[in-house]
Design a protein around this ligand. Structure first.
Ligand code: GLN
Length: 281
């Protein structure tokens, strides 16, 4: 069967329309990925015939997308903080709202400072790599309980020439050793296990351990908040991403653990998304 780029895009868009919220974009991204085309080239090559090998590969990816697999797992890449990062099914796909966590973290770290910073549950390494690149004099420790995730994170750090991150395998703070940190950041799992959105769309294919944290979604955050004071320097800060309806509960947990100066930040969708707090001396 012969198909041009334009014909494939049209058919793929139709095929994906009942499976994806963005059928045209998905089809375009798959063609760019398989054929190695830029967006501009895609527009000018509608009449070019697809090679049989490309077409076969595209049909396989199209079927996987139609079955619900996230586009980022099909192409193996997702951009975060303007950095293309490799992603696999071993890691959560970096979300745009998580850039808020990076922004708030950077707001505290003076550019010339040599801070010691931890990223707990680093996954693809997105947060740690973004901070490490923006603050090259600081030293980061990025932990994850998954060896497979750390492999992806290490590869991403290498790809972006980042050498100021030490990756360590272990749950949350467990792998931090004896260091003291000026700043600890985390985008932990925070979805309730009964949340209906786990049964729909891309999240079905993401690691459950990166998404789900017990009945109220706060299990990981409770552990992190309880353990962090031992690892934070005096007046050191903890910054957490969380669900849009969890800020009040998290503030209570933080106060109970002796944190103060609690500030909640809203994301671009105007949802409470990041909470920061300071460890008391
Ligand atoms: N924001 C993600 C979602 O709702 C969850 C990410 C997380 O649990 N850290 O799919």
């Amino acid at each position: 069967m012969v198909s041009t780029v334009g014909q494939f895009l049209h058919e793929a868009e139709t095929h994906l329309s009942s499976h994806s919220p963005s059928p045209r974009l998905d089809a375009e991204v798959l063609v760019m990925h398989v054929c190695g085309l830029s967006r501009a080239e895609l527009l000018t090559r509608a009449d070019v015939e697809l090679r049989q090998t490309s077409l076969t590969r595209l049909q396989t990816l199209l079927a996987r997308r139609a079955a619900g697999e996230p586009l980022a797992y099909l192409t193996g890449v997702r951009e975060f903080w303007s950095l293309p990062l490799r992603v696999s099914a071993d890691v959560l796909i970096p979300r745009p709202e998580t850039e808020l966590l990076v922004e708030r973290a950077l707001a505290h770290v003076p550019p010339a400072a040599s801070w010691t910073i931890a990223d707990l549950g680093t996954g693809s390494g997105a947060i740690a790599i973004a901070i490490a690149r923006e603050r090259p004099r600081s030293r980061l420790f990025a932990t994850d309980a998954s060896a497979a995730a750390l492999e992806v994170a290490r590869e991403n750090a290498h790809r972006h020439h980042v050498t100021n991150i030490e990756f360590r395998e272990g749950n949350w703070c467990a792998a931090l050793g004896k260091e003291r940190f000026e700043l600890i950041v985390s985008n932990p799992p925070y979805v309730c296990e009964a949340d209906a959105h786990l049964a729909r769309g891309d999240v079905r294919f993401e690691p459950r351990a990166a998404l789900v944290a017990g009945a109220d979604g706060l299990d990981a955050i409770r552990t992190i908040v309880a353990d962090c004071p031992r690892y934070l320097a005096d007046m050191g800060r903890l910054l957490l991403e969380h669900g849009h309806d969890q800020a009040a509960a998290i503030s209570r947990i933080l106060i109970g653990a002796g944190f103060r100066d609690i500030v909640v930040h809203r994301d671009l969708a105007d949802l409470e998304r990041v909470t920061e707090a300071r460890r008391a001396t």
